[in-house]
Design a protein around this ligand. Structure first.
Ligand code: SF4
Length: 501
C-alpha cells in the first residue's frame, strides 16, 4: 500500500489542520506542499475560531533563538492539546532535521517529527502515531521524492513558486543550509516546465523559480547553461506573463543568464543577489568565493542590458573579525550598488556552523551601531531610487493584499514589473480589478519601500483583465457563490459582471 492510500483509508471524518510556518521562502513553499498533501488525504483547513485537530510547525533553524521559540510554542500548545483529546502536533522543517529526536524528548506531547527530506510521509506518520499511540520520528538524510512532485495547495491564484533545485554545494561558514538540506539536487527541466505549464493552465500569470543557488542549476546533469536555457524556455509558455527567480549566487553568475534575462520578455527586470559583505577579507572568511569587484561587475552588466532592473540583496553585519574598515567597504559597495532594498541581518552565531567557533566575535553593541548606519544608508538610497519612478507609468499585477492601510485609504496594491510594491487608487466610476488582473497607472508619490499611484482621471487608469483574475473569480464563486467586480467606491452586491476587453 502506498503512503497516500494508507493514510486516506484511516480517515473517516475530516480532520482540520493549521500550519505555522517559520523562516524563508523555501519553507513557505514547503508549507504549500504540506497543505496540498494533507488536503489530498482528507484534512480540511481549520477555521479561525476552531481548535485544529492537527497543528504542523514548519520550522527554521537559521534564525537566532529558533529552538527556544519552537519549544515556547510547543509548551503553549500542550495546554490546548490536553483539553482536546485526539489533537495532534507535528514538527517538520530545518529545526526538526537538526534536533531530530531531541524534540520528542523535550516535548513528549509532540506526535510526529519529520525532516526536510520526507514531507511526503507526514500523513502516514500521523496515522501511525494515532494507531500506536506513540510519537513517530522519521528523518531521511537524502531526498526520496523531489518535493515538487507532491500535491501543492497554492496561497495565490495568480502567482506560484516552482522549485528547480534543493540543497546547496557551497559551504558558506555562517550557513546551516548545506548540513540540513543536503547537496544540491536538480529537477529535470521537463518536470519543471510541466509544473510551470500546469500552474499557468490553472490561471497563474506569474511564476518564481526557486532554489538555494539557482544559477548552479544543471550541475547534476553537467549543463553549465541549464539555468539560462530554463529561463528562455519559460519565455515560450503561452500565458505566462511574469517570471522571477531567487536566489542566484554571485560566484556562479554567468553572462548567458544576463542575456537570457534581457532577451526573454516575460523575465522581469529584477534581481535578488546576496552580497553578504563588501569586504573581500570577510567574504573570504565567509567562504563566499567572489569578491566585491566581481559583484559590482555583474550589476554593471545587468544594468547595461536591463537599465530599469531593480536589485535587492542580503547583507550580514558584524561577521566574526569584521573591522570598521571592513564595514566601511560594505557601505561603499552598498552606495555603488544602488539596491532598491536590502535584507540586513545582524550576525549571530548558529550552532553547527564553522563561523560559530571563530574567534573575534563582534560585541553586540558594535554590531548594532554598524547595523543602524547600514540601514540609514540603505533607506536613503532606496528613497532616491524610488523617487526616480515618480511620473513613470507602471503596469501592476494586482495582489489580494491591500496592505496595512488599504482599509483607510481605499487603495489597492500591486507589484510593478521590477517587483516594487505600489498602492494605487481607482478613479471614480472606473472598474475595480480583481487580484491577478493588471492595471496601468501613473506613479504619483514615492516612499523608500513603496510607491503611490493616484490617477486623477479615468484616462490615466487602464485595466487589463487576465486569466488569473478569472481564476480568482472562479475560486470566489466556489467558496461563496459568485465572483466580485465592483465599480470603484460602489457596493458589491455579489452579482456577476460583464467584462469587455
Ligand atoms: S550559497 Fe551559502 S548561504 Fe546560500 S544556501 Fe549555500 S551555503 Fe547557504
Amino acid at each position: 500500500m502506498n503512503i497516500v492510500t494508507e493514510a486516506v483509508a484511516d480517515i473517516a471524518t475530516p480532520r482540520s489542520y493549521e500550519i505555522r510556518t517559520f523562516g524563508c521562502q523555501m519553507n513557505v513553499h514547503d508549507s504549500e506542499r504540506i497543505s496540498g498533501l494533507l488536503e489530498t488525504n482528507g484534512y480540511v483547513p481549520a477555521g479561525d475560531e476552531s481548535t485544529p485537530d492537527l497543528v504542523v510547525f514548519n520550522t527554521c533553524a537559521v534564525r537566532e533563538n529558533a529552538a527556544n521559540r519552537l519549544y515556547g510554542h510547543l509548551g503553549n500548545l500542550k495546554v490546548t492539546k490536553d483539553e482536546h483529546p485526539g489533537m495532534q502536533i507535528a514538527v517538520g522543517g530545518c529545526l526538526a532535521q537538526k534536533d531530530q529526536d531531541t524534540i520528542v524528548k523535550r516535548a513528549p506531547w509532540v506526535d510526529v517529527v519529520f525532516g526536510t527530506h520526507n514531507i511526503g510521509s507526514l500523513p502516514v506518520l500521523l496515522n501511525r502515531s494515532r494507531h500506536n499511540d506513540e510519537a513517530q520520528v522519521e528523518l531521511l538524510e537524502a531526498l526520496e521524492t523531489f518535493p515538487s512532485t507532491l500535491p501543492t495547495k497554492r496561497e495565490s491564484s495568480y502567482s506560484g513558486w516552482v522549485s528547480i533545485s534543493v540543497g546547496c554545494n557551497n559551504t558558506c561558514t555562517f550557513c546551516i543550509v548545506p548540513s540540513l538540506r543536503g547537496k544540491e539536487k536538480d529537477r529535470r527541466p521537463g518536470d519543471i516546465l510541466a509544473e510551470v505549464q500546469a500552474l499557468v493552465d490553472d490561471g497563474a500569470v506569474e511564476v518564481t523559480l526557486l532554489g538555494q543557488n539557482v544559477n548552479t542549476y544543471g550541475v547534476e546533469f553537467r549543463d553549465r547553461q541549464a539555468f539560462s536555457k530554463l529561463l528562455r524556455a519559460t519565455g515560450e509558455i503561452d500565458g505566462l506573463e511574469r517570471v522571477r527567480f531567487t536566489s542566484p549566487h554571485p560566484a556562479s553568475f554567468t553572462d548567458d543568464v544576463i542575456d537570457a534575462m534581457a532577451e526573454t520578455p516575460n523575465v522581469m527586470p529584477q534581481l535578488h543577489m546576496p552580497l553578504q559583505s563588501g569586504s573581500d577579507s570577510i567574504l573570504k572568511a565567509m567562504r563566499r568565493s567572489y569578491r566585491s569587484k566581481r559583484f559590482l561587475g555583474i550589476l554593471d552588466k545587468v544594468r547595461e542590458r536591463i537599465p530599469h532592473a531593480a536589485v535587492t540583496t542580503d547583507i550580514i553585519v558584524g561577521f566574526p573579525g569584521e573591522t570598521e574598515a571592513d564595514f566601511q567597504q560594505t557601505l561603499e559597495v552598498v552606495e555603488a550598488s544602488r539596491f532598491s532594498m536590502a535584507y540586513t541581518f545582524q550576525y549571530s552565531p548558529r550552532a553547527g556552523t564553522p563561523a560559530a567557533d571563530m574567534e573575534d566575535q563582534i560585541p553586540k553593541d558594535v554590531v548594532q551601531e554598524r547595523f543602524e548606519r547600514l540601514v540609514a544608508l540603505q533607506d536613503r538610497i532606496a528613497a532616491e531610487e524610488s523617487a526616480k519612478l515618480v511620473g513613470t507609468s507602471q503596469e501592476l499585477l494586482v495582489t489580494n493584499d491591500a496592505g496595512s492601510r488599504g482599509g483607510q485609504t481605499g487603495r489597492l496594491t500591486g507589484r510593478a514589473p521590477d517587483n516594487r510594491l505600489v498602492h494605487f487608487s481607482i478613479p471614480e466610476g472606473a472598474q475595480a480589478p480583481r487580484p491577478g488582473d493588471f492595471v496601468t497607472v501613473p506613479i504619483t508619490e514615492s516612499h523608500p519601500y513603496h510607491l503611490i499611484a493616484d490617477p486623477t482621471a479615468a484616462t490615466q487608469y487602464h485595466l487589463r483583465p487576465s486569466r488569473a483574475g478569472d481564476a480568482w473569480d472562479r475560486a470566489q464563486a466556489d467558496s461563496c457563490g459568485t465572483g466580485t467586480v465592483a465599480p470603484a467606491g460602489g457596493v458589491n452586491l455579489g452579482l456577476p459582471s460583464l467584462r469587455i476587453g
